[in-house]
Design a protein around this ligand. Structure first.
Ligand code: PMP
Length: 433
């Protein structure tokens, strides 16, 4: 497989994709006239243009050009329950039928808060937001206020929301906190940062697995070291479990037996409806309680919106029992190892990383345990993999991300693996152009 073969194969794949989707192409032109880049969520855009979805049900999406896809992306983890789960739909409909723009407190927000506090070991108290981004912004405000310190230790390649993104050191959209950047899974680097700044660090914000950064799990000893350093220096440990909360009923923290001071949540926990939450130690959350002398406000017109609160209660009580999440986790582990086996036996310089039902395909043979291991990866292999999957009717993210939903069947997994086994970038196996 030469460089030219791969470049040509990418051009060819893009053209074939575009030719099969004229209606989506026209919509993208129309969209670009009124939305910069033609979209309102950057990750959904890819070259030459994204297919436009007409409807979704169960584990399937249908585009406006008449294609059906098995949805292996699950809205970047928010779609854990598949599309339009009955119990969530019924609960949201019922809630909406008795009014939705209440501007007042109601019952379901209490029920949902109780359910979350019961499930996640670190949550003594919790508050709701509209997104994971907001949840993290509020957790950081709580940590800086509680400690009276300004520095926040985060990790390169980490992602905590649209304004908390650390793929590069100086992202212009980030909020201007005093960031202290370290490498993920780098014990010595963190030790050095604490040695120099221990008395200034308000908190460490960390994903138990870097999700958007390519599904790179934390070494459990690395997380335990973070916890020790935080304890010793009076900083707070904040787990961003927006993605990893699905690893068990009590999240990655329960699976690992590590209880952070604060936790942030989002994605699937309101059954796929708009959701975010932050919570943790009662003494830290007390800053939001004016009755206890707390001085922190927490605004948000839609924080307790009735559809999300009702959807969340239905999701947690009817659909997301521990055995469901454990089974999904096991299915993901099996799929990831089958993907790696398929890449290995095809002799492809590709691998899949991740944990449980979250995984990412990369254009390198690996192993990948830090962001820097991805430096030499060939993005063209990933792009070709993406178009190959789409053409066969499987939707994965352009970046190679897969997030299984509970609607995905064994037959879907088998069919997907057959498609992966047929992956032949640049026609290297049979001499096709
Ligand atoms: N934290 C993590 C770990 C995430 O993966 C995401 C979203 N991908 C966020 C925070 C932000 O969540 P939201 O998109 O709901 O703002």
């Amino acid at each position: 497989m030469t460089e030219i073969d791969l470049d040509r194969a990418v051009d060819h794949a893009r053209s074939r994709y575009a030719e099969a989707r004229p209606v989506s192409a026209a919509w993208s032109e129309r969209a670009a006239r009124v939305m910069p880049g033609g979209n309102t969520r950057s990750i959904l855009q890819f070259a030459p243009f994204p297919f436009r979805v007409e409807r979704a049900a169960g584990q399937h999406l249908w585009d406006v050009d008449g294609h059906r896809y098995v949805d292996l992306l699950g809205n970047y983890t928010a779609g854990l329950l598949g599309h339009s789960p009955e119990a969530v739909l019924a609960a949201a409909k019922e809630a909406l039928s008795t009014g939705w723009s209440l501007g007042a407190v109601h019952e379901d927000e209490v029920r949902l808060a109780e359910l979350l506090v019961e499930r996640f070991p670190s949550l003594e108290q919790v508050r709701f937001t509209n997104s994971g981004t907001e949840a993290n912004l509020m957790a950081l405000a709580a940590a800086t206020h509680h400690t009276g310190r300004r520095r926040i230790l985060v990790f390169r390649n980490g992602y905590h929301g649209g304004v908390l993104t650390f793929g590069r050191d100086d992202d212009p959209v980030n909020v201007p906190h005093q960031w202290l950047l370290c490498d993920y899974n780098d014990v010595a680097g963190v030790e050095a940062a604490f040695a120099e700044h221990a008395s200034e660090i308000a908190c460490v914000l960390v994903e138990p697995m870097q999700g958007s950064g390519g599904c790179i799990p934390a070494d459990p000893d690395f997380l335990r070291m973070l916890q020790r350093r935080c304890r010793d220096s009076g900083a707070l440990l904040v787990f961003d479990e927006v993605m990893t909360s699905r690893f068990s009923a009590g999240g990655a923290q329960q699976l690992l037996g590590i209880t952070p001071d604060l936790t942030t949540l989002g994605k699937y926990l309101a059954g796929g409806l708009t959701f975010g939450a932050f919570g943790g130690r009662a003494d830290v959350m007390a800053h939001f309680d004016a009755g206890q002398g707390g001085r922190l406000g927490h605004a948000g017109t839609f924080n307790n919106n009735v559809a999300s609160m009702a959807g969340g209660v239905a999701a947690l009580t009817e659909l997301l029992g521990p055995s469901v999440l454990d089974a999904l986790h096991a299915r993901g582990e099996a799929l990831r190892s089958a993907l790696n086996e398929a890449f290995r036996s095809a002799g492809l310089a590709m691998c899949a990383t991740g944990a449980g039902s979250l995984m990412n395909v990369h254009g390198t043979a690996g192993p990948v345990s830090r962001a820097r291991d991805l430096r030499g990866a060939d993005d063209r292999l990933k792009e070709l993999f993406f178009f190959h999957c789409l053409e066969a009717g499987f939707y994965v993210a352009r970046r190679g991300f897969i997030a299984l939903s509970i609607e995905i069947t064994d037959a879907d997994v088998e069919a997907f693996l057959d498609v992966v086994r047929r992956f032949d970038p640049a026609g290297a196996r049979n001499g096709r152009p």
